[in-house]
Design a protein around this ligand. Structure first.
Ligand SMILES: O=P(O)(O)OC[C@H]1O[C@H](OP(=O)(O)OP(=O)(O)O)[C@H](O)[C@@H]1O
Ligand SMILES: O=c1cc[nH]c(=O)[nH]1
Ligand SMILES: [Mg+2]
Length: 218
């Protein structure tokens, strides 16, 4: 399974990741969401280079232009809630794609342990399509695994691009071990070394859902 980490190469992308991590800049939730969106736009552009293209004829006012355009059907799928701004960014570029939403979140018990609660998936058929499955955080990798398996109930995709803005080494390894090697590409913004005792990524950025949308009960 190929893992592409965009932050490994110097570009403006790193400025957006740095702002997503920065405890002071995080005080502005509008900017936090917009930075996730901007990162989603860059992921979309990079993923587009891997798609199948075919030649199309475009009629201009003065003649005909032959242009290679993406020829596959795309479904942008994301995990609620932190996935929403990233979803918007991907959709800004893949603007004609279909969309899927998966509800999966950490449900904590009193002893501090959590399990991933899955409630629903809202999705078109993914049969033969390219699925871009996005979540800003890949910590243990359990939410992504669950989302991937939920998506398979909607058909057999041609290829799945898994997108995460910040991940842990453990989470990336987990996905590589649990999901099939074929027809999956992982796209990371940055991969951090550690998870803390609550399975938060360190240094990470904190709780992406709360930073984007505020604290939630439970
Ligand atoms: O890799 P994992 O260990 O599964 O953790 C990552 C998940 O945790 C966060 O969601 P969270 O449960 O906080 O829900 P939220 O988006 O509603 O805040 C994040 O957006 C991922 O979905
Ligand atoms: O570091 C983490 C882990 C899970 N969810 C987050 O939002 N951040
Ligand atoms: Mg959260």
């Amino acid at each position: 399974m190929v893992v592409n980490t965009l932050g490994d190469k110097n570009s403006l992308f790193n400025q957006f990741i740095a702002e997503i991590r920065d405890i002071n800049i995080q005080k502005d939730p509008l900017r936090f969401r917009r930075n996730l969106e901007r990162v989603g736009e860059i992921f979309a552009y990079e993923i587009s280079k891997e798609l199948d293209f075919s030649e199309s004829s475009i009629q201009t006012p003065l003649g005909e232009s032959l242009t290679n355009l993406p020829s596959c059907e795309i479904v942008v799928a994301s995990i609620l809630r932190a996935g929403l701004p990233l979803h918007t960014g991907l959709l800004n570029y893949f603007d004609r794609s279909e969309n899927a939403f998966i509800s999966a979140y950490r449900k904590y018990s009193d002893d501090g342990e959590f399990k991933i609660n899955f409630e629903y998936i809202s999705s078109p058929s993914v049969d033969g399509k390219v699925v871009i499955l996005a979540d800003p955080m890949l910590a243990t990798g359990s939410s992504m695994e669950l989302a991937y398996n939920a998506m398979l109930t909607k058909g057999t995709p041609k290829h799945v691009h898994i997108v995460a803005v910040i991940g842990s080494e453990e989470g990336v390894e987990y996905i590589k071990n649990k999901l099939p090697n074929e027809n999956i590409t992982i796209w990371m913004g940055a991969v951090d070394k550690d998870l803390n005792s609550k399975s938060y990524i360190v240094p990470g950025c904190g709780d992406a859902g709360d930073l984007a949308y505020g604290a939630k009960l439970g």
